[in-house]
Ligand binder design. Structure first.
Ligand code: NAD
Length: 505
């Protein structure tokens, strides 16, 4: 096999930048693109320099990867769950061993801070460990029928699953999709976002090193066209998609034509409700966690922060003080708490949301401007200062649309009934949060919020044991938790006659 991507990785933001362009992976090895047309540069967000070239896979390459995955599925699905578990545990071990290097490359390709990237890599191996533990437990049911007859059910793999990822958690998304898929006996062909093509290939290399059959976890590179090829390929049994609502709808339409199962993990505009009886310091910390992780580019962020009117002044004073104090800059430094946005267009889009918010009557309490770090090597990076908006109304664009940047909209409310109605007045339904010391209120609010997750007295914690997914336009299906096994397997019923056939004919 060619040299691992990890061994060719750039050292620091000032080091060599070009990683290999051979970022496809099937048949157990990295594969050079067949043709070099339509190559697009991939940037290092913190410097704006070119990291590598992205050369999209065409129909023949996607077909080759899917066939490679199908051959591997035939072998892998016949193994006992415990055998699959052993290989997956080895993959988790290798990730743990290489976590620092993987995290560093994730930072270089994504722009998030090293502190967050290390957590992402830890969650990735934990996810693989968690589903490895479940692989040996997959079982059916035995059902007794009259006359000694009986039936039993078998939980079987689906076949080749396609995984399509977003750019905000590149390695973690690849792990969240592949771990339950592989545990159930499936193979996966994964397409990362064209903006973050690198670390999924490392996961493929690690699965290979751990001992999966060649082809079991393949990586094809590309954008919309390559993604469409995956959704339409007749040998793909299921598509698990993470991305925006408009793309999710297209993925669902294409998958519907082939009657493929779909999991959609889409966008959000989640409400965070802070009652006056909360523990204020925790609520402030929760609001920051709900808005600023990964430069605000997190699907489940609580970006509509509803604060009960009586505590608004104290809340704002504390939130603004802490927002202004966030160390912003080189994401590879341990002390940095906010890095660069993913791309120049994304930075411009987020800044234009702030401009529009002001035009619609919002007031900027802090941030919302391009940020130039003092370090000259970062002068081409896509940085902005985190922003707190007040004087917001529910009908403003900044309150209705997913901004996907570090922009918090703060809105006052008076009563529980009112705030629940306002919180639910959205087509999204990914997450929600509530801060209160009143235990009955907390559970009542959680029950009434129309969202796939409700955090009580915290925000944005995603342990792998806990199911994650959306309501309404934020999608359906789940990732993580026991329930995800159902989304990567199908149930076969076997009916057994022990006597003679009682025929009507
Ligand atoms: P996106 O929809 O632009 O792209 C997502 C993926 O889909 C990429 O890999 C892209 O190449 C691919 N794609 C684009 N067009 C396609 C097509 N026609 N057919 C098949 N694939 C296609 O989203 P993004 O900008 O990469 O990510 C940001 C969005 O993702 C935000 O809306 C965010 O909320 C959402 N997101 C959701 C979750 C979740 O778990 N719910 C997690 C992370 C991100």
């Amino acid at each position: 096999m060619s040299q691992s991507i990890l061994d060719t990785m750039p050292g620091t933001a000032t080091g060599t930048l070009v990683v290999s362009d051979h970022l496809n992976f099937w048949d157990g090895k990295r594969i050079k693109p067949r043709q070099e047309k339509n190559a697009e540069p991939v940037f290092e967000p913190s410097t704006g320099r070119v990291l590598c070239q992205l050369i999209p896979c065409g129909a023949e390459e996607v077909d080759a990867a899917i066939r490679s995955a199908h051959a591997a599925y035939k072998k892998w699905s016949k193994l006992a769950g415990m055998e699959r578990a052993r290989v997956m545990l080895e993959a988790a071990r290798i990730i743990r061993e290489k976590r620092d290097k993987i995290a560093k490359l994730e930072v270089i390709n994504n722009g998030k801070t090293i502190t967050e990237a290390l957590v992402d890599i830890d969650i990735a191996w934990q996810c693989i460990e968690y589903y490895a533990g479940m692989a040996g437990t997959l079982a059916g049911q035995h059902i007794q029928l009259p006359g000694g007859a009986f039936a039993y059910t078998r939980r079987e793999a689906l076949g080749v699953c396609a995984g399509i990822g977003a750019w905000n958690y590149p390695f973690q998304i690849a792990a969240w999709k592949s771990a339950p898929a592989l545990a159930c006996g499936n193979a996966m062909v994964f397409k990362p976002s064209p903006m973050t093509p690198v670390t999924a290939v490392i996961l493929a290399e690690i699965y290979k090193q751990a001992g999966v059959p060649d082809g079991l976890f393949c990586v094809v590179q590309g954008g919309a066209e390559t993604g469409s090829l995956l959704c339409q390929h007749p040998m793909v049994a299921k598509v698990s998609f993470t991305g925006s609502v408009p793309t999710g709808k297209k993925v669902m339409e294409m998958s519907a034509r082939g009657v493929k199962q779909v999991t959609l993990e889409l966008g959000g505009k989640s409400p965070l409700i802070i009652f006056k009886d909360c523990e204020l310091e925790n609520a402030v910390k929760g609001a920051l966690m709900a808005n600023y992780l990964t430069q605000g580019q997190v699907c489940c962020n609580g970006t509509r922060v509803y604060v009960q009117r009586e505590i608004m002044p104290q809340f704002l004073a504390e939130v603004v003080k802490r927002t202004k104090a966030i160390p912003l800059g080189d994401p590879l430094l341990e002390d940095t708490r906010m890095g660069a946005l993913i791309s120049k267009p994304q930075l411009d889009k987020v800044l234009s949301y702030v401009t529009q918010a002001k035009a619609e009557g919002a007031k900027v309490l802090c941030g919302g401007e391009p940020f130039l770090p003092s370090d000259p090597k970062l002068k081409g990076g896509y940085f902005m200062s985190p922003c707190v908006l007040i004087n917001c109304r529910d009908d403003m664009t900044c309150v209705k649309e997913e901004i996907f940047g570090p922009v918090m909209s703060v809105l006052p409310f008076d009563t529980e009934e009112e705030v629940i109605e306002r919180a639910n007045n959205t087509t999204f339904g990914l997450a929600s949060g509530v801060f209160t010391r009143d235990i009955s209120r907390a559970h009542r609010v959680a029950e009434n919020l129309e969202a796939g997750t409700c955090f009580i007295n915290n925000y944005n914690i995603s342990p792998v044991e806990v199911p994650f997914g959306g309501y309404k336009n934020s999608g359906f299906g789940r990732e993580n938790g026991q329930v995800t096994i159902e989304y990567y397997s199908q149930l076969k019923t076997v009916v057994v006659e022990m006597g003679d056939v009682d025929s009507l004919f």
